[in-house]
Design a protein around this ligand. Structure first.
Ligand code: FES
Length: 107
């Protein structure tokens, strides 16, 4: 639990957990499968985007998320064209790249 105040002002600094640390414990972190988008010429149809980063068939789910809290993100393509799909798994517009990979810390 967090006391909700800064570490400096916390009356229990030995047990203090920041809001970010608490969020990281609650929200699982995906594996970064790539640090740039994957561009694919997609035919109309329904696909399952890998959200966990564990799939060996990026950017699509291969079932490797089993045992994690992640689930694939289904999406439907209506028009054939080249799509830019997220590989870093941190996009805010899944399954499409929003260039969040440019803001991720280096390895
Ligand atoms: S393998 Fe990553 S969501 Fe299924």
């Amino acid at each position: 639990m967090t006391c909700g105040i800064s570490l400096e002002a916390c009356p229990s600094p030995n047990y203090h957990v920041s809001s970010l640390q608490l969020l990281e414990r609650i929200v699982p972190e995906p594996i970064i499968a790539g640090r740039k988008s994957i561009k694919l010429d997609l035919q109309p149809g329904t696909y399952a985007w890998c959200a966990c980063g564990r799939s060996r068939t990026q950017p699509f789910c291969d079932g490797s998320h089993a045992g994690t809290d992640f689930r694939p993100v289904p999406f439907t393509i209506q028009v054939q064209k080249i799509y830019s799909l997220c590989a870093c798994k941190h996009t805010l517009t899944p399954p499409f790249c929003d260039h969040t990979h440019r803001t991720l810390p280096p390895v």
